[in-house]
Design a protein around this ligand. Structure first.
Ligand SMILES: Cc1ncc(C[n+]2csc(CCOP(=O)(O)OP(=O)(O)O)c2C)c(N)n1
Length: 649
């Protein structure tokens, strides 16, 4: 109440209502060490209702994390440790960034999968070194959002027994009572997903909460949901059970009345009873003890299984195994024309043995996205160790689960679907960028080049809008050789990367004649220059359209126009190069033509106002793809004309 009041913004009601739950969970059940928030076998806790962040920050302060009372007084202020919503990598103890409702539930499922998978792979009889629970708190909003449905359905299917969620059933959202819009029987819905479900009728009943958590922990073959009936703004005489308690300060008078009603010993803002603080702070010693007990267990494991321990530590550090790059295949003319999705599948399968942390799958499009690791088992309720994931037709859930696996540690998750359906998972993709997580999206069927499926399936604006996400790296390779380099770059990169790949076959670009595909690492590179004389104009392209600019370059040559052809598979990698390099590829003063079968918005940066962008500012069409290219003007003739006009010929 006091922190929200001082900040003059924030959400007091849910932290007030759930304080008893936080107390029971953090003092009796959760295994964590406030002095080492990074302890790898800690239980994970996710506040999916991220707006209630003051609940988390209060507990961090009380239990002895590196969060002070002063930090609470600076709630929501510039560079304070207590931002409006919990931010991963920012406040010690925060396991994932939450705020966009539903994502925390999906992240929790990912964390529980990560735990189950690492445990299956690394634990040995008598040595359960990875053995922790994942808890989350979800609000009405979390439960209404589709992403929580998708992820919870998947969690039930996989029987993730160490996942325990609380549903804060307080009947209140921003617009008022949930009866305005929400008639689900959430408990039965979760039962239908295959979860073990309990109800606690009174959020202030510590023993009932304790018993429910104990029971949930004992159920090892299903995830658990505990539906807790709470009263938002509990204690506030005038705001309890009202939407007003959700997202605004209570007001000084109401805070005073609340403290009086609760029998709080002081009216002074931020006053914490020293006895209460000492009681909570015992959690620091408890945490240190829990970790040191685990450390003993781990030392024994390490002595008995040194190579397993070394491998586990490597994965958790995020280092790649030596020699993995030697497995990246080379493509030659003999491979013929290869769709980049097919080349990607070949590369993935080639490197898989030496990149065991690279696990993932697709949203029911494995045969189209070429993302199965052949011969490897699938993850299932019976085998949590399988590396091939069948995310089902749940793109958003897939994205959210990938983030959870990534923040847990030990994995480079990949997830595949058609590029058009990146829109279905975009909120999770954005959060991967916000958190700077190393996850890989394999997006195939990347343009009108997919042909007959038509405009609903043909991406137009997706490339530009994905490129607009800060910290996001998109790579759209031009042929099989660039696809191999794209995987190399994606694995070496640290943030989120999308590999954008074709359905249709792409011709082999003869590297004896053209620039080496290794140039992909720099985002853009010169493929071809005129045989004599300086170029007069630059043609730039990515992916399938690179073949068009190569042909246009030759045609221009035959007509006496000296053009340079540049492959630009990644705007972001190119933007991060030195100015010298960028100017060497796109010399200052040379006019430019960009070509991409997509909305041209993102190319203006490279082309400038005196160049030409050839792209699509309309939806596609259903037809064989070569015809669509012709009809929509993505042709060699148009590129040649544009270049000639630019050089006044
Ligand atoms: C995806 C998403 N949509 C909308 C919001 C804005 N928002 C924040 S809290 C909230 C709903 C509040 O109700 P509830 O989830 O029950 O939380 P409580 O009032 O119990 O704290 C909404 C719509 C959001 N944070 N995320």
């Amino acid at each position: 109440m006091d922190a929200v009041q001082k900040a003059d913004s924030g959400h007091p009601g849910t932290p007030m209502a759930l304080a008893p739950l936080a107390y029971v969970l953090w003092t009796r059940h959760l295994r964590y060490n406030p002095r080492n928030p990074e302890w790898i076998d800690r239980d994970r806790f996710v506040l999916s209702a991220g707006h209630a962040s003051m609940l988390l920050y209060s507990v961090f302060y009380l239990t002895g994390y590196d969060v002070t009372l002063d930090d609470l007084k600076h709630f929501r202020q510039w560079e304070s440790k207590t931002p409006g919503h919990p931010e991963f990598g920012y406040t010690p103890g925060v396991e994932t960034t939450t705020g966009p409702l539903g994502q925390g539930v999906g992240n929790s499922v990912g964390m529980a999968i990560a735990e189950a998978q690492l445990g299956t792979i690394f634990n040995r009889a008598g040595h359960a070194v990875i053995d922790h629970h994942t808890y989350f708190i979800a609000s009405d909003g979390d439960m209404m959002e589709g992403v929580s449905h998708e992820a919870s359905s998947y969690a039930g299917h996989l029987r993730l027994g160490k996942l325990i969620g609380f549903y804060d059933d307080n009947h209140i959202t921003i617009e008022g009572d949930t009866s305005l819009t929400f008639s689900d029987d959430t408990a039965r819905r979760y039962e239908a997903y295959g979860w073990h479900v309990q109800r606690v009728e009174d959020a202030n009943d510590l023993e009932a909460l304790d018993a429910a958590i104990t029971q949930a922990k004992s159920v090892s073959n299903k995830p658990s949901l505990i539906v807790v009936r709470s009263h938002i703004g509990y204690g506030s005489p005038h705001k309890v059970d009202t939407a007003e308690a959700h997202g605004s300060p209570l007001g000084a008078d109401e805070i005073r009345l609340t403290k009086e009603a609760l029998g709080y010993p002081s009216l002074e803002p931020f006053w914490v009873d020293p006895g209460a603080l000492a009681h909570w702070r015992q959690m620091s010693d408890r945490g240190a003890r829990l970790e040191s007990e685990w450390q003993e267990k781990y030392d024994a494991y390490k002595a008995a299984y040194p190579s397993e321990a070394a491998e586990l530590e490597r994965r958790l550090r995020g280092d790649l195994l030596d020699g993995w790059e030697d497995l990246i295949p080379s493509f030659t003319a003999e491979n013929g024309s290869v769709a980049s999705r097919a080349a990607s599948g070949i590369v993935l399968n080639a490197i898989a043995p030496k990149v065991p942390e690279l696990v993932g799958g697709s949203a029911d499009l494995a045969s189209s996205t070429n993302t199965i690791v052949k011969g490897a088992p699938s993850i299932s309720a019976e085998n949590h160790g399988g590396r091939n994931f069948h995310f089902g037709i749940r793109e958003h859930g897939m994205g959210s689960v990938m983030n959870g696996m990534s923040v847990h540690g030990g994995f480079i998750p990949y997830g595949a679907t058609f590029l058009i359906f990146s829109d279905y998972m975009r909120p999770s993709v954005r959060l991967a960028a916000v958190m700077n997580r190393h996850v890989i999206y394999v997006y195939t069927h990347d343009s009108i080049g997919l042909g007959e499926d038509g405009p609903t399936h043909q991406p137009i604006e997706q490339l530009s809008t994905l490129r607009a996400i800060p910290g996001f790296t998109l790579i759209r390779p031009a042929d099989a050789s660039e696809t191999a380099e794209a995987w190399r770059a994606a694995l070496k990169h640290k943030g989120p990367v999308a590999l954008v790949l074709t359905r249709q076959k792409l011709g082999f670009i003869d590297r004896a004649k053209y620039g080496a595909a290794s140039g992909l690492a720099k985002g853009a590179y010169v493929l071809a220059d005129p045989p004599a004389g300086n170029p007069e104009v630059v043609l730039i392209s990515s992916g399938s359209e690179v073949a068009l600019i190569l042909e246009a370059q030759q045609k221009l040559e035959s007509e006496g126009v000296r053009a340079r052809a540049v492959s630009m598979p990644s705007h972001e990698l190119f933007a991060s190069q030195t100015k010298e390099y960028r100017d060497s590829v796109l010399p200052l003063g040379l006019k430019r033509v960009s070509v991409e079968a997509a909305h041209p918005m993102s190319w203006n940066r490279w082309v400038g106002s005196d160049g030409v962008t050839i792209g699509l500012e309309r939806f596609g069409a259903s037809a064989p793809y070569k015809e669509i290219y012709e009809h929509l003007g993505l042709t060699v003739a148009r590129i040649v004309d544009a270049a000639k006009q630019l050089v006044n010929r």
